[in-house]
Design a protein around this ligand. Structure first.
Ligand SMILES: [Zn+2]
Length: 408
């Protein structure tokens, strides 16, 4: 993948190039960006840039290092001996072609996987390398849930295993084959438990020209021992103009439709595509049934609805809760800023208007807080049935009795 294929993120790309150019690249980088911001495509594009025959970062670096310096200071960008690096990888040389097909012998990947059958050896990423190649080519902006579902994980938690860590140590012990670099791209180090400490020594004292690119969404869930050894590359959500452009030029959306979609997806390209795909009709009717059960039809209807909901996997339940909060936030925006100023998809305006009749802003905010908390607990393995039941009761009290509302 070339930088030009990454959606937006021009400033970050510039920064990465200047790190390479000025020889300030730490050997362990943390690409930290929320879901759908494009952290993985960026890491891939940067790896391709480093190995591209036309860019030849390594030669530039050697020339730079050979510059005699009396005081041993780092070469400055203004140093006239520093060669300028090209804007992007060429995309055509053998190294680029291998990198873009995820088959470059100097670029390795680690990512969470699941064991295929009970009693199998602990799985390693290479067990799924052909799935990984086609998945990342097709869905470069996907999240870990999408990936794990695509390899049949269902309700099982993905993992980066101790065996995978030994595998990494082994792979990086070889000399670079072609490019002069050895790059390990680890996607979702959040899935790396204590076993990750096996890698510390390697990260601390890596063999020459070895680079680690950790690509993560949630800083708080990365092993602190690894976190403290990385240089942070923070990746912001995609800017609305870049998002709009991508929706029009990649997803074939009309400009009229792309604008509101870019606004509501909040810099998350995965979310924008998923809004486009489902139009959220199912979630919307699920929300309608839920609120009707809570407010109109009574406890039996609530039990029935909770039973239905608990059939979904944990990730789906979380997505549902996030969707309800997205609707509630839209309702509040609609109420405060009015119809004209608020880019809300047509099919949600009606629902948001109803929500506004149903509850005041402080009630809606109280619901958002409770739903956020529930989504957090689901992520931490809370029991779905009990959780949705308790949440339904809380929402009933918020709307009927104005309870659970914080007075600001
Ligand atoms: Zn190239």
């Amino acid at each position: 993948m070339q930088f030009s294929e990454v959606i937006g993120q021009k400033t970050t790309i510039q920064r990465l190039k200047s790190l390479a150019q000025n020889n300030r690249l730490s050997h362990a980088l943390l690409f930290l960006g929320k879901e759908g911001s494009g952290a993985l495509p960026l890491a891939n594009a940067f790896a391709q840039y480093l190995v591209c025959d036309q860019v030849a970062v390594r030669k530039v670096r050697q020339a730079t290092l050979a510059t005699p310096s009396l005081f041993g200071e780092e070469p400055s960008p203004a140093d006239e001996n520093v060669q300028m690096l090209p804007e992007d990888s060429c995309g055509r040389c053998p190294s680029c072609l291998k990198a873009s097909g995820s088959v470059h012998p100097d670029i390795h990947y680690s990512y969470p996987v699941v064991a295929l059958a009970k009693g199998d050896k602990p799985p390693i990423s290479a067990d799924y390398s052909s799935e990984w190649r086609s998945f990342t080519r097709q869905y470069p902006y996907a999240n870990a849930y999408d990936w794990l579902q695509s390899i049949g994980a269902e309700n099982r938690q993905g993992n980066i295993t101790a065996r995978e860590c030994s595998e990494i140590i082994h792979k990086l012990s070889f000399k670079s084959f072609e490019s002069g670099f050895k790059i390990l791209i680890m996607w979702m180090p959040e899935y790396l438990g204590e076993q990750g400490n096996k890698l510390l020594k390697l990260i601390e004292e890596p063999p020459d020209d070895t680079l680690f690119f950790f690509v993560a969404e949630q800083e708080a869930r990365i092993l602190p021992t690894i976190l403290s050894r990385t240089q942070l590359v923070r990746i912001p959500p995609i800017a609305p103009e870049a998002m709009e452009d991508a929706l029009v030029n990649r997803a074939g959306v009309t400009p009229e439709k792309a604008r509101p979609l870019a606004a509501v997806s909040e810099g998350n390209y995965r979310e924008a595509l998923s809004l486009l795909q489902h139009n959220d009709e199912d979630w919307q009717s699920m929300t309608r049934e839920w609120l009707n059960a809570i407010l109109k039809n009574g406890p039996v209807a609530v039990v029935r609805w909770v039973d239905e909901m608990s059939k979904f996997g944990r990730e789906k339940q979380k997505q549902f809760l996030l969707y309800v909060n997205h609707l509630l936030e839209e309702s509040i925006r609609l109420r405060i800023m009015g119809d004209a100023a608020t880019p809300i998809p047509d099919n949600e305006v009606d629902f948001a208007t109803r929500l506004n009749k149903l509850a005041s802003i402080s009630q809606q905010q109280a619901m958002i807080r409770e739903i956020e908390q529930a989504a957090y607990l689901i992520e931490r393995n809370a029991h779905g049935k009990m959780l949705f039941h308790a949440l339904s009761i809380k929402i009933y009290h918020i709307i009927k009795h104005n309870s659970l509302i914080l007075i600001a």
